[in-house]
Design a protein around this ligand. Structure first.
Ligand SMILES: Nc1nc2c(ncn2[C@@H]2O[C@H](COP(=O)(O)OP(=O)(O)O)[C@@H](O)[C@H]2O)c(=O)[nH]1
Ligand SMILES: [Mg+2]
Length: 266
């Protein structure tokens, strides 16, 4: 299987499309997706994911041609992606040429927070002509590429739209996936959102500065993570205090140091 295939478990994932309004849809007992039959739903998802994969390959070709490494950063809303990226740019932008694709449903608030560090920033508002999507897909990322000087960049980081379900199902042409989990989210989350945790090459555990004030069970979290993605790379960080941010920057720099990042089979 090529690396652009979504995770085998990831479509049609039971966590997706559980819209509370769709409970009354006829024939939808046990299936809150809004489609009349399970087969119809699978067919629609396969068509969407097939088209996504085609564009993800084209994105990948554009990244390869430009010699740029691409990391897709995913999390639930508020986990700390933008704060992490600001700290990342503060450390890395003086030494590396970095581009950011900033995904948000509405507003340029996060893109504005990343101005002034010397990175090239392309904003994608998924509420703007893309129907308010809960994730970035490959065509949305493609729409940002003409606004980045790709061939002048070493690294592009994509801040995905916050959600622990949908982003994992859509490859965008990235080399690596990093997901951020904040300790305020609860140690059971790997069990509840296994596709996201399984699709990550690196799990960043953020907001460790808050641990003294929480009853977060770090050992249970590790057990839960091991149950869904054994041996995945994990870094404890605090975008607030800077703990672990150098290690994250080293992880990124190592990707760039490799002469052609080894592709990961997904
Ligand atoms: N205490 C603490 N707060 C953080 C940390 N990282 C982010 N935050 C706060 O969490 C909120 C959401 O952060 P943001 O970067 O916007 O998250 P995003 O939605 O994932 O981009 C903001 O109020 C941040 O100041 C951290 O490591 N520790
Ligand atoms: Mg953000």
């Amino acid at each position: 299987m090529g690396r652009f295939h979504p995770h085998p478990d990831s479509h049609p994932h039971p966590d997706s499309h559980t819209h509370p309004d769709s409970h009354t849809h006829p024939g939808s007992v046990g299936d809150h997706s809004g489609y009349s039959t399970g087969a119809e739903r699978v067919e629609v998802l396969e068509r969407i994911l097939g088209e996504n994969e085609r564009v993800a390959r084209a994105n990948r070709a554009a990244f390869d041609a430009a010699g740029v490494t691409v990391v897709n950063l995913m999390s639930a809303p508020g986990a700390g992606k933008t704060m992490l990226l600001a700290e990342t740019l503060r450390r890395l932008a003086p030494h590396r040429r970095i581009g950011i694709i900033e995904g948000d449903i509405e507003t340029s608030l996060d893109a504005d927070r990343l101005e002034g560090f010397g990175a090239a920033i392309a904003l994608v508002n998924t509420g703007n002509g893309f129907g308010g999507e809960c994730h970035l897909d490959a065509p949305m990322v493609a729409s940002a590429l003409p606004r980045l000087p790709l061939s002048e960049l070493d690294l592009v980081i994509i801040e995905n739209v916050g959600n622990l379900v949908c982003p994992a199902e859509f490859a965008v042409g990235e080399d690596r996936r990093a997901m951020m989990f904040a300790v305020t989210e609860g140690e059971e989350k790997p069990l509840k959102y296994p596709v996201m945790f399984r699709s990550a090459d690196l799990v960043l555990v953020n907001k460790t500065d808050l641990l003294p004030y929480l009853d977060f069970d770090a050992e249970a979290f590790r057990r839960n993570l091991d149950a869904v993605h054994p041996r995945v790379d994990v870094l404890a960080v605090s975008a607030r205090t800077g703990e672990g941010i150098d290690a994250w920057c080293d992880w990124l720099a190592n990707l760039l140091g490799a002469p052609g990042v080894a592709p990961i089979q997904r």
